[in-house]
Design a protein around this ligand. Structure first.
Ligand code: ADP
Ligand code: TYD
Length: 207
């Protein structure tokens, strides 16, 4: 099973991904934890080009190409081999981030994102958890980390609000795989919801 976490910066995706991996490992599953942009050597190299530096460093069109190149390497070298070996692959972000960050926020580039995805990636997660929360609170959490990877946070609060709307719209576009989780609560409450959704999805799969 391929599970992804999505949501605005600072919403708690990485935290919830780690807690979910612990939960699944404790139940005896083999779990591969990964992230985008990144997850393979080549994709991690591309990541540095994308998340550091000036907000204006790349146009949205150039970003689409770089994120898709990174994703292709990640899919070829980690995600597909992991799924083929029977692991549960859990990724912090995947193609939905490109649909929202590049496809819907700076001009309507969604058709370009979709065409490139169909041509170069052509796979979707089995389950996507959108961790939803207020952008101002999330921005405060994210910037508090001072990770040096703040290029997208630096687009500002209005950009984060557009992103949130984009992620909410995904739950309507892909109702079968995208589930919304209220990320504004404490870690344990969010993690309990996430675990319940994933456990139910696992139980519903043909064995
Ligand atoms: P993301 O991966 O979505 O950017 P993180 O999981 O890195 O988010 O969380 C961003 C910051 O908020 C981190 O400092 C993290 O420790 C903190 N955090 C995560 N979840 C919660 C929560 N439920 N309540 C309060 N703080 C949280
Ligand atoms: P990430 O490390 O998940 O950031 P955060 O922990 O702050 O949520 O992702 C790095 C940044 O890259 C993030 O701001 C979102 C952005 N991004 C895109 O714009 N498009 C994409 O396709 C992906 C995967 C990420």
């Amino acid at each position: 099973m391929f599970v992804t976490f999505e949501g605005i910066d600072g919403s708690g995706k990485s935290t919830q991904l780690r807690l979910l991996a612990d939960h699944l490992q404790a139940k005896g599953h083999e779990v591969i934890v990964t992230r985008e942009p990144g997850g393979s050597k080549g994709a991690e190299d591309i990541r540095r080009l994308l998340v550091e530096g000036d907000p204006g460093r790349w146009s949205a069109e150039t970003e689409i190409l770089l994120f898709t190149a990174a994703r292709r390497d990640h899919v070829e070298r980690l995600i597909q081999p992991g799924l083929a070996a029977g692991a549960i692959v859990v990724s912090d972000r995947f193609a939905d981030s490109t649909r929202v960050y590049q496809g819907a926020t700076r001009g309507d580039l969604r058709a370009t994102v979709d065409a490139l995805h169909a041509r170069m990636i052509a796979m979707e997660p089995d389950l996507t958890l959108v961790i939803d929360m207020d952008p101002d609170a999330a921005l405060a959490r994210g910037l508090a980390r001072q990770s040096g990877e703040d290029r997208f946070e630096d687009f500002g609060a209005a950009f984060q609000r557009k992103l949130r709307d984009g992620f909410l719209a995904l739950t309507e576009e892909y109702p079968d795989r995208v589930r919304l989780v209220d990320g504004s609560r404490d870690r344990e409450a969010v993690a309990a919801d996430v675990a319940a959704i994933v456990d139910a999805a696992l139980a519903a799969r043909p064995s």
